[in-house]
Write a protein that binds this ligand. Structure first.
Ligand code: SF4
Length: 726
């Protein structure tokens, strides 16, 4: 073959042949689809509509759905190459059970039979709470609803949480405290309708790229980006606020101070729709621009200008993501954001919203229906009325429903270390890469007696620890719905069959329920995810996230429907007992691990557009992996000069906990002196080796940002160290 190529006799005519496709026009012949299946992207929470091209049972192409209201035909690099994940190397094909130290292929019958026996034995010995479950934001809403009932009512443990606690739990807690309920109040259209847009700790150009289209539609708006780093989003801004790490609460308090001082708040709105103005007015008096400038490092006149812009706007939008949520004060920062919106009445109107931009494709679905950190339908564990209502709907005794939330994700890991959790079921998540303070996580997984990992891929860094691997279908192989950040419920469809013996998570849950003897009681007559959707419609009726008027068909035809309408709180009625939102006095605190002589740099972590979370999927898509093949660390030229480091040197980051070696150095003004940045996607150079075990006391979200580290040139002995290959 090579000789023929060299001699020019083989011109790869088949490979380079082109043909006409009904959707795409002239394309490579191998990508001409026989049919196009409409669905929703399975990566991020923007929720782009797409069409998957299928040929001879294989997904051969993806295109943005031009009719979908979210993305209007556009997709980011991850979405455009998503079909490659389906037949990528490393898909999990068969159940595997550890026997005499080796993973052996077994039947589903043996896999789920063993799982049922082991759960029962461990719960009999150590109590029902000794079984923990950590799920994800990647399942469909129908699967979350099914899994929640199975875990809480069938298996009987409330030690159940999702990896969503690692990304947006603080937004949830903040919304609940300010407005009485979870639920992002605004919508994407607000980005196109606002005259002032403030993004805090939100690098949407990398993390939610299609949202940038909405910014481009609104060139007259003033875009303000508060971020310690000059991100791609900061480069799009009119005003970049390079505030010191974790000083956002001071900035928000300072802006609120100026608004009240200059009478730029909406006294009518405050009087009619909020509680706590007297206290907050007094509290904010101390947050002078001078004090705020000292904490944030911003000039006083810049703080004044930004506050004026926000206060005088006809409609102002505040969006945030992990820069806010990944903090021991994440919930409180959200409350400080909500304070600004409430003081000015920038909420419940076109262009005006405090808007949490969620992470995963269906993180919202688990918030609504998941039965992990809340009861389905945003009901509260601690409300006996909510429990009784649900029990009546499910025809079970109210005592079956837990009256309090079980352990949150970080507390499940700590309980595993302390042997209070003995068995763990991890579903579609990869904590070995994504959880902070890797050494603690590793010890916890090693301590667990029986670890089940259910995933579309194997091996993953986490499934390597498993005693049982359950192969699951992924996006493109199953049916249901996702909810995006603006509460839009979109249809997810099956384009191809899962590989080998892999099954949709829904089928695995029902099979397990049957073996536990609870299938007919909890899931009477259920066969398909549509059965779960129909029950969920009934259970959510009358709740804020009311699906009762939706149908799969209507969702499909419309390109997604928003529960609650375009915007929440348009009438100023909040979900609190007296209908008023709450203003909070939020004290700023310095972040927990301050730099020191030994560890002088503040490490910030984040993402890049080419990769998704822990790269289980994007790491096996050659075009994405080729564009961003390895981790890097950004350092300011002043620091690099001082340390004698050059661009592309391999460096080690060392914290009080552990170290990460062999990271490529980028010398750049994108980061300020004293700060360094590293993406968190890469297991080979895992930033979570150096991050800390510090959590928001309300939401339990980890403080992934601001770890104190030392940076040194990697010694040759460590530079080639690779513990994992993708
Ligand atoms: S922006 Fe998000 S939802 Fe849209 S294509 Fe990219 S990853 Fe998918």
């Amino acid at each position: 073959m090579n000789l023929k190529r060299l001699a020019g006799l083989d011109i790869l005519s088949e490979k380079y042949a082109y043909a006409h496709d009904s959707q795409a026009g002239y394309v490579v012949a191998s990508r001409v689809a026989e049919r196009w299946v409409p669905t929703t992207c399975g990566y991020c929470s923007v929720g782009c509509g797409m069409l998957v091209g299928v040929k001879q049972g294989r997904a051969v192409a993806v295109r943005g759905n031009p009719l979908h209201p979210v993305n209007r035909g556009k997709l980011c690099p991850k979405g455009l190459s998503e079909h490659h994940t389906l037949d990528a190397q490393g898909r999990a094909h068969h159940p595997l059970l550890r026997k005499r130290g080796r993973m052996e292929r077994v039947s589903w019958d043996e896999a789920l039979g063993t799982m049922t026996e082991r759960i029962a034995a461990i719960q009999a010995r150590h109590g029902s709470g000794a079984f923990g479950v950590i799920s994800t934001g990647q399942l469909t809403t129908e699967e979350f609803y099914t899994l929640g009932k199975l875990v809480q009512l069938g298996i009987g443990t409330n030690n159940y949480d999702g990896n969503t606690t690692l990304c947006m739990a603080s937004a949830v807690s903040g919304y609940k405290r300010s407005f009485g309920s979870d639920g992002p109040p605004g919508c994407y259209e607000d980005l196109a309708r606002a005259d002032v847009i403030l993004l805090i700790g939100a690098n949407i150009a990398d993390n939610h790229p299609i949202l940038c289209q909405r910014l481009l539609e609104n060139p007259d708006a003033t875009l303000i980006v508060a971020d310690p780093r000059v991100t791609k989003t900061a480069m799009m801004s009119d005003i970049h606020l390079p505030l010191k790490p974790r000083s956002d609460i001071a900035l928000l308090n300072g802006m609120a101070h100026i608004l009240i001082r200059d009478g730029l708040f909406n006294s009518d709105y405050v009087k009619r729709h909020t509680d706590g103005f007297g206290e907050i007015k007094e509290f904010l008096a101390g947050w002078t621009p001078e004090r705020v400038a000292g904490i944030t490092g911003l000039e006083e006149d810049v703080i004044e200008r930004v506050a004026m812009l926000y206060g005088r706007a006809k409609a102002a939008f505040i969006g945030w993501t992990m820069g806010v949520n990944h903090s021991t004060q994440g919930t409180e920062t959200v409350n400080a954001i909500n304070n600004l919106a409430l003081l000015t009445g920038h909420i419940g109107r076109a262009g005006a919203a405090p808007f949490s931009i969620t992470g995963q494709c269906n993180a919202m679905g688990t918030r609504e229906a998941g039965f992990a950190s809340a009861l389905p339908g945003y009901r509260k564990f601690e409300s006996s009325a909510d429990r009784e209502e649900l029990a009546a709907l499910w025809k079970i005794a109210p005592e079956r429903i837990p009256s309090q939330r079980g352990l949150a994700y970080p507390d499940i890991i700590e309980a595993a270390l302390a042997k209070r959790i003995r068995a763990l079921w991890i579903i579609a998540t990869n904590p070995v890469v994504s959880f902070p303070n890797h050494e603690v996580l590793k010890q916890a997984l090693e301590t667990i007696e029986f670890l089940v990992v259910q995933d579309g891929f194997h091996p993953t860094p986490t499934s390597e620890f498993a005693d049982l691997v359950l192969p699951a279908a992924i996006w493109g192989e199953k049916e249901g719905t996702y909810t995006n950040s603006e509460r839009r419920v979109s249809k997810v469809n099956r384009a191809v069959d899962p590989p080998g013996d892999a099954r949709p998570d829904f089928d695995i849950f029902l099979d397990l329920a049957g073996r536990l003897g609870v299938r007919e009681e909890l899931f009477p007559g259920w066969q398909t995810p549509r059965d779960a959707f129909e029950e969920w419609k009934h259970v959510s009726r009358g709740r804020m996230c009311d699906y009762s008027g939706l149908s799969w068909e209507a969702i499909e035809q419309s390109g997604g429907l928003q529960w609650g309408g375009e915007r929440l709180y348009e009438d100023g009625e909040f979900a609190t007992p007296n209908g008023k939102a709450k203003l909070f006095c939020i004290n700023w605190q310095p972040f927990p691990e301050q730099p020191s002589r030994e560890y002088p740099f503040v490490l910030n972590t984040g993402r890049t557009v080419e990769h998704w979370h822990t790269r289980t999927k994007t790491g096996v898509v050659p075009i994405l992996q080729g564009m961003s093949p390895r981790a890097w660390m950004e350092m300011n030229p002043r620091d690099a000069r001082r340390l004698g480091l050059k661009p592309h040197d391999r460096v080690s980051l060392v914290s009080a906990r552990s170290r990460v070696d062999g990271v490529e150095l980028r010398v750049t003004e994108i980061v300020a002196p004293g700060q360094v940045f590293m993406p968190f996607h890469y297991v080979e150079t895992n930033s979570n080796c150096v991050t800390q075990s510090a959590y928001d006391p309300i939401s339990r979200e980890p403080n992934f940002k601001q770890s104190a580290v030392q940076v040194v040139k990697t010694e040759a002995a460590n530079s080639g160290a690779k513990r994992w290959k993708i």
